[in-house]
Design a protein around this ligand. Structure first.
Ligand code: PBG
Length: 344
């Protein structure tokens, strides 16, 4: 009978009283305690790596408009920032350099006194094994044309670029980097870098390969921060096409074969399928890069009052972890640590 009572008290309707429903997934969601007990994944702070931009000189701390909350630091200013982060549980950093000089072949990328080698030496002297130091190995911040390899006309040459990257990797390793991280996407660079490191006595330096790095619109803020935008064209002849998934597995097989210690998918959010594939297929840890554009979107939405920043950050990072990333490189690490958003 359709009385007014039925509509006012839906809990007592005939359907709700039916006992013919053995599966009620909501039983496991009834309270926060239970939800925590049955959560399928939990990200920890020690899985986050904070990205930093390093300037030459001293006394420099520059705001980056497109990356709110992130600054470019000279080495002397980087140290206290990293120390404060280390105290609250950030265990690793990824460093990007802004050199004094740029030229066609990115000569300054091999300068042992450039901002990155200096920063690495200073950080390792201060923190030793308490801080894992990773360095981005790529030519684009060091070349005047902003491409990640050498040019012939407008063509990006592969093999001589790889030779230069291997030299750069050795300079970082000799400064004390724990991991060198080639982000150039030239063919065969992992193998060449491994061989060159070993020949130079740097067999303990690891390689975190930017294995599936896509030509992405999400790098915009980074290119402003690192002053590394290409002066002409784009990066589509070396970075991957975002329409491709299977191709990432091919790059993974090659990087594993060539000796990568860890493999990366970049960007992260629009590539959760690729992260998931890597989690299934990789024999080494899987890293995801939560890139500048992903960070900026969250920051700008929060600044506009459109999002709860903590909730959105944790959902974003948590999803990347759930998809299969063991480690996440992210500009959110420092804030998440200081605000105690994650268990250690
Ligand atoms: C250098 C490099 C880039 C990023 C990391 N290393 C830029 C690019 O390939 O153009 C992007 C990182 C980010 O957006 O946070 N090749």
């Amino acid at each position: 009978m359709n009385s007014i009572l039925d509509t006012q008290r839906p809990r007592e309707s005939k359907i709700a009283l039916s006992s013919d429903m053995p599966h009620r997934p909501r039983r496991l969601r009834r309270n926060a305690n239970l939800r925590a007990m049955v959560a399928e994944s939990q990200l920890h702070l020690h899985q986050l790596v904070q990205g930093h931009f390093v300037l030459p000189g001293t006394g420099q701390a520059q705001e980056i408009t497109s990356l709110p909350g992130i600054q470019r630091y000279s080495v002397d200013r980087l140290l206290p920032a990293v120390e404060a982060d280390r105290k609250v549980g950030v265990r690793a950093v990824m460093l990007f350099g802004l050199p004094q000089e740029k030229d066609a072949s990115g000569t300054s990328s091999q300068d042992p006194d450039g901002p990155i080698p200096q920063a690495v030496r200073a950080l390792k002297a201060e923190f030793g094994d308490e801080l894992s130091v990773m360095t981005d190995v790529c030519l684009c911040p060091y070349t005047d044309h902003g491409h990640c390899g050498f040019l012939e006309g407008e063509e990006i040459l592969n093999d001589i670029s790889v030779a230069a990257l291997a030299e750069m990797a050795v300079v970082h390793a000799e400064a004390g980097a724990d991991f060198v991280c080639p982000s150039d996407m030239m063919d065969g660079r992992i193998g060449k870098i491994r061989t060159h490191l070993d020949r130079k006595g740097q067999s303990q330096t690891g390689i975190l390969a930017y294995t599936a790095k896509y030509a992405s619109a999400f790098y915009g803020p980074f290119r402003e921060a690192a002053d590394s935008a290409p002066s002409f064209g784009d990066r589509k002849t070396y970075q991957m096409d975002w329409r491709n998934r299977r191709e990432a597995s091919r790059e993974l097989a090659l990087d594993l074969e060539e000796g990568a210690d860890m493999v990366m998918v970049k960007p992260a959010l629009a590539y959760l399928d690729v992260i998931s594939d890597f989690a299934d297929q990789s024999s080494v840890p899987v890293v995801a890069y939560n890139v500048s554009g992903e960070y900026a979107l969250v920051k700008m939405a929060a600044a506009q009052g459109l999002a709860d920043e903590q909730a959105m950050t944790l959902e974003t990072l948590g999803a990347i972890h759930r998809a299969g990333a063991d480690l996440i490189i992210t500009y959110h690490a420092s804030e998440a640590a200081h605000k105690q958003w994650l268990p250690q």
